[in-house]
Design a protein around this ligand. Structure first.
Ligand code: PRP
Ligand code: URA
Length: 215
């Protein structure tokens, strides 16, 4: 039976450059250095889309030619929250887009047998509830890790929350969107399914191991 989820709450970032880079990322022959570089680049493309609704305010600028009424970012500030380890690979790209963003960390590890996540670390900026928060993790598989991260942030009062992954499984989208009715997810690809080890098929393997060279 097809797995269902609310597709209106998923933005597929499928720019041709994204699809090209994702194909290289998936390739089993792509080494750690290039893999890491591509994850960072893809995070920039995805972050660009995820920040599309940031509020603007008017400002006056004197150009070399004339005064100009322009726009600058206004209102709520950003925080990026990587799910360790693999999410770390997306942080630098997002900080290039939003250098003033704060970074919270949440450590999560899936059990090899049950595939259930276990939280082992959590450190958030004190004013996290005042910020628009982007949770980042390249892989959304069963959705268990993302659900746990969302719960940790909601418990800290975060209201404006988005999830950025590179590859999502339908199972993970269904679990995550079903769990949190206000969440929006960004993905570069939605793959076919999970295998018996709860790995995404075709996916790209173990993202953390490929980023950090711990294969
Ligand atoms: C991977 C991945 C996600 C999680 C996705 O992390 O980076 O955090 O699994 O799976 P889920 O949607 O089924 O929860 P992993 O637990 O392998 O840890 P790592 O990043 O340290 O390798
Ligand atoms: N975690 C990964 O890194 N890859 C998968 O396919 C599933 C979970």
């Amino acid at each position: 039976m097809a797995i269902s989820y609310d597709a209106s709450r998923v933005t597929l970032v499928d720019h041709p450059l994204v699809q090209h880079k994702l194909s290289i990322l998936r390739d089993v022959h792509t080494g750690t250095q290039q893999f890491r570089h591509l994850v960072r680049e893809l995070a920039i493309f995805e972050g660009y889309e995820a920040m599309r609704d940031l509020p603007l305010e008017s400002c006056e600028v004197q150009t070399p030619v004339a005064p100009a009424t322009c726009k600058r970012l206004a209102g709520r500030k950003l925080a990026v929250v990587p799910i360790l380890r693999a999410g770390l690979g997306m942080v630098d790209g997002l900080l290039e887009l939003a250098p003033a963003a704060r970074v919270g960390h949440i450590g999560m590890e899936r059990d090899g047998v049950t595939h259930e996540p276990r939280e082992y670390y959590c450190k958030m900026p004190r004013d996290i509830d005042q910020r628009t928060v982007l949770i980042v993790d390249p892989m959304l598989a069963t959705g268990g890790s993302a659900v746990m991260a969302v719960d940790a942030l909601r418990a800290r009062g975060v209201t404006n929350l988005k999830m950025l992954c590179l590859v999502a499984a339908p199972e993970g989208l269904s679990a995550l969107l079903g769990h949190d009715p206000d969440l929006h997810v960004y993905a570069c690809a939605i793959d076919d399914r999970l295998n018996e080890k709860a790995y995404i098929v075709p996916g790209l393997g173990d993202a953390g191991d490929r980023i950090f060279g711990t294969l």
